[in-house]
Design a protein around this ligand. Structure first.
Ligand code: UDP
Length: 179
């Protein structure tokens, strides 16, 4: 972060996948498999979606990903390992402030160092791309408030930022836009 309005971004060659990691059933998994939202998964599940708006980002398997050269087997291994690490880190971080990480979506990109490509995380992590439920009450503190017309969108996002202690110097940005 350079200042309130700018951050330094590294350009990557984007891998055309949305990587979703789930700890508790919600959203499309609940609908597709007919499992009630809020059901804990026996273990975390990682899913891949092909980034193609015209097709509504269809779910794909590792077979598709390697067959169509969207990522190599080695890159997929790295993506899986990093996704598990991100899940562990975020679950702990949110858990410590009374928030349950239900699921999240991240993306990855390639950076080239001479002839060697390395895969790095290439996405924001925010309540726009995570499901975050208050652990005590089950209240939703994420984009579902907007998508499901539950109201209090700003209040919920603000609550997440406050609990994480990242709002002290930026309340006017979040609440009122930049002046
Ligand atoms: N997600 C996202 N962008 C997308 C699709 C999903 O950030 O284009 C996030 C979503 O917010 C949730 C997780 O990925 O945290 C799983 O989403 P799901 O497959 O349940 O789809 P949804 O019900 O959100 O459409």
């Amino acid at each position: 972060r350079l200042n309130l309005r700018e951050q330094l971004i590294r350009e990557v060659e984007i891998i055309p996948l949305e990587v979703v990691c789930r700890n508790i059933v919600a959203g499309s998994m609940s609908q597709r498999l007919g499992i009630e939202e809020g059901t804990p998964l026996p273990r975390s599940i990682i899913e891949f979606y092909y980034k193609k708006d015209e097709l509504n980002d269809p779910m794909v398997t590792e077979e598709h990903i390697t067959a169509f050269n969207w990522a190599t087997t080695q890159e997929l291994d790295d993506i899986l390992a990093m996704t598990v690490r991100v899940n562990d880190y975020l679950s702990g971080m949110f858990g410590a402030v009374g928030i349950t990480l239900i699921d999240f979506k991240i993306e990855f990109g390639r950076v080239w160092e001479n002839d060697f490509a390395r895969v790095i995380l290439a996405d924001e992590i925010s309540p726009d791309s995570c499901r975050l439920w208050d652990t005590a009450t089950g209240e939703k503190l994420d984009k579902d408030r907007f998508r499901r017309d539950l109201g209090n969108v700003i209040e919920s996002y603000t609550e997440v930022a406050k609990r994480l202690g990242i709002m002290k110097d930026m309340p006017t940005v979040i609440q009122g836009g930049l002046h």
